[in-house]
Design a protein around this ligand. Structure first.
Ligand SMILES: CC(=O)N[C@H]1[C@@H](OP(=O)(O)OP(=O)(O)OC[C@H]2O[C@@H](n3ccc(=O)[nH]c3=O)[C@H](O)[C@@H]2O)O[C@H](CO)[C@@H](O)[C@@H]1O[C@H](C)C(=O)N[C@@H](C)C(=O)N[C@H](CCC(=O)O)C(=O)O
Ligand SMILES: Nc1ncnc2c1ncn2[C@@H]1O[C@H](COP(=O)(O)OP(=O)(O)OP(=O)(O)O)[C@@H](O)[C@H]1O
Ligand SMILES: N[C@H](CCC[C@H](N)C(=O)O)C(=O)O
Ligand SMILES: [Mg+2]
Length: 486
């Protein structure tokens, strides 16, 4: 049983209307989910202002309200707590409601444009192999020591997040590895959490629809490191242009990993083949199952973090060498006629370039590379022509198609992608709106030995068109088409 007064530890508030000894059944920040006895936190959003729903929330039985401004009419049956920023307050009360679970395990956050899911998932798998009970919060799924809990966001909202962390603690977890998206930092979803470490992967073009400028996007990532406590570690990619920027104002222990520059954890790439990577890790040569130079960075980050968490170096290298990556990241199927199909979650210009240059380096002869690619609707539009241009630059044929059009017109998204295709590259590009048809066409165009890259949707099991999510699984579709070819 929790009272409003129990939830106020660490929360600076300007005014309290009421006694705060009211019982709180749960915390809600969406008026449509209000239940009797809840605490309603009014948050200003991008579409609407939660403050407009306070009166409705109280009518539906909210016992207390946290807000930045009082509504025109306040009811005597509810308590009202005024704060400077409700989103920050939401994080703090959510942590208090669940008895601050992040204090009871070692929580490590991973941020950056690409590689978050891969690094968090590898750490999760590694620590389980090392014998610990572990939790994972990721884009693909959340897990508590092997039990899967579906994920709705890369970083859950503060209430879901603290509830999951509480379950992890109650189930004996020693560690939790989580992705920290830039949206989550900007919206204060991680407020009130105690991190033992933070990892930065890289920073390239994405989400400019939301953050508006690259600097604002960078600063959202940096704010995570600025907020780390003194006894945590801040592990950065020293080869990334913004790697050191992340550490500028952190109080945490500053540590680096890299392939090119001097680093605390230094990795060199010796071989990069279809069946894995041979790396020199601080002097030891080890084969890993992951493919692509970008994964050498992800592995370096995981290795560094494991050592900073006081794990035995040789055990870490042995376990890590046997691990596979996250679902839908450089996953592949091979057709009976030996066409190679690669399913990858590349949905930023940098990721598209990385995955295609990796494929380019792995090619043995003059196999063709056929890329199928789309761009998500209701997301950063400026990356559309750039992703199409990257795909053309590094492929022999490109099929522009739909990703998740969401509320947008799919044909319009494709037109915006086509704007990035040069006149010379037009001849190798075709546009097919229906993703299933695009996959079928690629399979018919491919000859034995050719490589089909199916980019952008990775593990996703749906395609969202006009707000409706239909079942769609890239790997399933490709496998089906491959079998039909026979
Ligand atoms: C752009 C974005 O992040 N939006 C998130 C944001 O929505 P919003 O700011 O538009 O909210 P809003 O609709 O304006 O509403 C403001 C407030 O009023 C409340 N409300 C609204 C209507 C109503 O009738 N009553 C009511 O109380 C809402 O619950 C909310 O608290 O706050 C909502 C509540 O927390 C989130 O669900 C929503 O995530 C949407 C669904 C989303 O898709 N977010 C994506 C972009 C996202 O966060 N992605 C990152 C990953 C990105 C990456 O790959 O790096 C992630 O962490 O998943
Ligand atoms: N370290 C890296 N550097 C550049 N690209 C990478 C890196 N790791 C993975 N990628 C590419 O980015 C894609 C997405 O990887 P991953 O899912 O690990 O990133 P993420 O940061 O979790 O993405 P999201 O923002 O959607 O959560 C991969 O499929 C691969 O193409
Ligand atoms: N976490 C990313 C996922 C993009 C995946 C892509 N398939 C899309 O739908 O745009 C985002 O919300 O931008
Ligand atoms: Mg992710």
């Amino acid at each position: 049983m929790k009272y409003l007064s129990d939830l106020l530890t660490g929360l600076a508030f300007t005014e309290l209307q009421g006694s705060a000894d009211v019982e709180i059944s749960c915390i809600v920040f969406d008026s449509r989910k209000v239940v009797p006895g809840c605490l309603f936190v009014a948050v200003k959003g991008t579409a609407v202002d939660g403050h407009d729903y306070i009166e409705q929330a109280v009518k539906q039985g909210a016992a207390a309200v946290i807000c930045e401004e009082l509504p025109g009419h306040t009811a005597s049956e509810a308590d009202y707590l005024m704060v400077a920023n409700s989103a920050i307050a939401l994080g703090i009360v959510a942590a208090n409601f669940y008895d601050r679970p992040s204090d009871e395990l070692k929580l490590v956050g991973v941020t950056g444009t690409n590689g978050k899911t891969t690094v968090a998932t590898l750490l999760y798998k590694l620590f389980r192999e090392l014998g610990y009970k572990v939790g994972l919060l990721s884009t693909v799924e959340n897990q508590i020591n092997g039990k899967v809990i579906p994920a709705t966001h890369t970083t859950p909202d503060p209430v879901a997040l603290n509830s999951l962390l509480r379950d992890m603690v109650d189930q004996g977890c020693d560690y939790c590895f989580m992705e920290v998206s830039s949206h989550a930092v900007a919206q204060h979803r991680i407020e009130g959490l105690k991190f033992s470490g933070g990892i930065f992967t890289n920073l390239t073009h994405d989400h400019l629809d939301y953050h508006k400028t690259f600097d604002a996007y960078r600063d959202a990532k940096k704010a995570f490191f600025d907020s780390l406590p003194k006894n945590a570690f801040a592990l950065t990619n020293v080869d990334d242009r913004n790697g050191n920027v992340m550490l500028q104002n952190t109080r945490a222990h500053k540590k680096t990993y890299g392939l090119k520059n001097m680093a605390d954890f230094k990795v060199k790439m010796l071989e990069n083949e279809f069946n894995g990577l041979l790396l020199n890790v601080d002097g030891d040569e080890v084969w890993f199952k992951l493919v692509g130079s970008f994964n050498a960075y992800n592995l370096a980050a995981v290795y560094g973090a494991a050592l900073l968490l006081d794990q035995d170096r040789s055990k870490v290298l042995v376990s890590l060498s046997g691990l596979t990556g996250a679902e839908g990241r450089f996953d592949y199927v091979i057709s009976p006629s030996k066409i190679v199909g690669i399913i990858d979650y590349a949905h930023t210009p940098d990721a598209v370039q990385n995955v295609l240059t990796t494929i380019h380096d792995l090619r043995k002869g003059n196999e063709q590379v056929i890329t199928i690619i789309g761009c998500g609707g209701d997301r950063d539009k400026t990356k559309r022509p750039v992703m199409a241009s990257m795909a053309c630059e590094w492929s022999d044929k490109v099929i522009l198609t739909s990703d998740n059009p969401r509320s947008e017109d799919p044909e319009q998204i494709i037109r915006e992608m086509e704007a990035g295709v040069t006149a010379a590259n037009k001849r190798k590009t075709i546009s097919i709106v229906d993703r299933r048809e695009a996959i079928k066409t690629a399979c018919h165009l491919a000859k034995p030995g050719d490589i089909i890259l199916l980019a952008g949707k990775g593990h996703e099991k749906y395609q969202e068109i006009k707000g409706v999510r239909n079942h769609f699984d890239d790997k399933e579709e490709l496998t089906e088409q491959f079998n039909l070819l026979n």
